[in-house]
Ligand binder design. Structure first.
Ligand SMILES: Nc1ncnc2c1ncn2[C@@H]1O[C@H](COP(=O)(O)OP(=O)(O)OP(=O)(O)O)[C@@H](O)[C@H]1O
Ligand SMILES: [Mg+2]
Length: 327
C-alpha cells in the first residue's frame, strides 16, 4: 500500500532543532549500503531541559535532540539513547494539566497498596503526592499492559523522575510519525486503518482498558499503520461507570475521522456492538464484528419502570436521611 499523504505532513517541521534531528537520523535508520551518506549538518544538540537532566546524569539519555510539538499535558522530546532515538515525555506540573485528571477517569483504578489508596482518599499533602505519582505512572502501566496484549502502542522503556521513555514512532524516513490529523487518506486506506484501530480498541478492552481520549490527535501513523498514544487517562473498563460512554465516544471519534475519507463508515455502530459483547462476556481479541447493533426497540412496561424509579428514590432518601437529621 502506498504511503499515506505523508509528504504533505507537517510533522517533520514540528521539531525545534531540525538540523540535529536530521544529523542523527542516520543513527536511527542507517541508509542502504552504497546509498547516499546521511546528511551531515554540524550543529550541537539542544540544551538539556531541566526535567531531563537527572536522566542524562544517570546515563539513561545520551543527548536531547529536539522537542516535538508540546501537548496540553506534556512536553515530548526526541532523545538519543546509545545508538537509537527514543521519545521522552515529560509531564507538566499537576496544576498546568487540564481535564484528563478529572475524577471520572480515575474511578475504579486499582491501587497496588492499600496504605497508598487510603492516603489518596484524604486531602493531605502526602495524599496529594501519592495521587500525583499514581497519575503519572498510569500511562507507563497502560503501555506495558497494552503492548503485551498485542495493541500497537509505542514500546515503553521505563518511567523515571516523572519522565516516560518510549519508542519513537517514526515514518519510513525516520522522522517522528505524523498524527492522523496531519494526513490525507484514500478511501481504501481509511477503511483499512479504521479496521486496524477498531481491532486495537477491542484488544485494549479485552485487556481491561478504555483509552478515554482517542482521537485523530492521539493516533500516529507509521509505515505499518496506526499506533495509539497518550494514555495517562486510560480508564478501567470493569470498575468505572463511565467506561461504556467513553468507549463509545472513542469509537465514534474514529468513525467521524475515517468517515471523512470513507463516508460509508459513518453509518457503522462499532462502539455499541463492542460494548454489548464485552458486557455479555463474549468479546475476544478476534471477535468478528459487523459494525451494526440491534437497538432494543421492544416496548417498555411503564408500570415496572415507575416501580424501579420509586425504589431508587426511596434508597436515596434513606441514604441522605442521617445528614438531614444531623443538620
Ligand atoms: N512515541 C512517540 N513517537 C513519536 N511522536 C510522539 C510519541 N509520543 C508523542 N508524540 C508526539 O508528541 C505529541 C504529544 O504527545 P501526547 O499526545 O502523548 O501528549 P499530550 O500532552 O498528552 O497531548 P494532548 O495535547 O493530547 O493532551 C503527539 O501529538 C505526537 O505528535
Ligand atoms: Mg495527545
Amino acid at each position: 500500500m502506498p504511503s499515506p499523504g505523508l509528504l504533505q505532513s507537517t510533522t517533520r517541521w514540528r521539531t525545534s532543532n531540525m538540523a540535529d534531528y536530521l544529523r542523527l537520523r542516520g543513527l536511527a535508520r542507517p541508509g542502504p549500503a552504497g546509498g547516499p551518506p546521511p546528511p551531515t549538518i554540524r550543529t550541537r544538540s539542544m540544551k538539556v531541559p531541566k526535567r531531563l537532566q537527572p536522566l542524562v546524569d544517570d546515563g539513561m539519555i545520551d543527548e536531547v535532540i529536539a522537542q516535538l510539538m508540546s501537548g496540553k499535558e506534556a512536553q515530548v522530546y526526541v532523545v538519543r539513547c546509545g545508538d537509537g532515538l527514543r521519545c521522552a515525555k515529560v509531564f507538566k506540573e499537576a496544576r498546568q494539566r487540564s481535564f484528563k485528571q478529572a475524577v471520572q477517569y480515575q474511578e475504579g483504578r486499582k491501587m497496588r497498596n492499600s496504605r497508598r489508596a487510603r492516603a489518596m482518599s484524604k486531602k493531605t499533602r502526602y495524599g496529594q503526592k501519592e495521587q500525583e505519582q499514581a497519575w503519572l505512572s498510569a500511562e507507563v502501566d497502560a503501555l506495558y499492559r497494552l503492548a503485551s496484549a498485542g495493541v500497537r502502542v509505542p514500546q515503553p522503556f521505563g518511567f523515571v523522575d516523572g519522565v516516560l521513555l518510549m519508542e519513537l514512532v517514526a515514518d519510513d524516513e525516520g522522522y517522528a510519525a505524523p498524527r492522523l490529523d496531519d494526513v490525507t487518506l484514500t478511501p481504501e486506506q481509511a477503511r483499512d486503518y479504521h479496521g486496524q484501530v477498531i481491532a486495537d480498541v477491542v484488544r485494549m478492552l479485552c485487556a481491561g482498558l478504555v483509552h478515554g481520549d482517542l482521537s485523530e490527535f492521539n493516533v500516529l501513523l507509521d509505515p505499518q499503520g496506526p499506533v495509539i498514544i497518550d494514555l495517562p487517562q486510560a480508564v478501567d473498563a470493569a470498575g468505572n461507570n463511565n467506561a461504556a460512554m467513553m468507549l463509545e465516544r472513542d469509537v465514534n471519534n474514529m468513525r467521524a475521522y475515517f468517515g471523512r475519507f470513507a463516508p460509508e463508515l459513518l453509518t457503522t455502530d462499532y462502539g455499541k456492538e463492542i460494548w454489548a459483547l464485552y458486557e455479555s462476556g463474549e468479546l475476544h481479541p478476534d471477535s468478528r464484528l459487523t459494525g451494526h447493533f440491534e437497538h432494543d426497540t421492544s416496548s417498555v412496561d411503564v408500570g415496572d419502570l415507575m416501580d424501579v424509579i420509586d425504589d431508587v428514590l426511596e434508597e436515596e432518601a434513606e441514604r441522605l436521611a442521617p445528614a438531614w437529621e444531623g443538620s
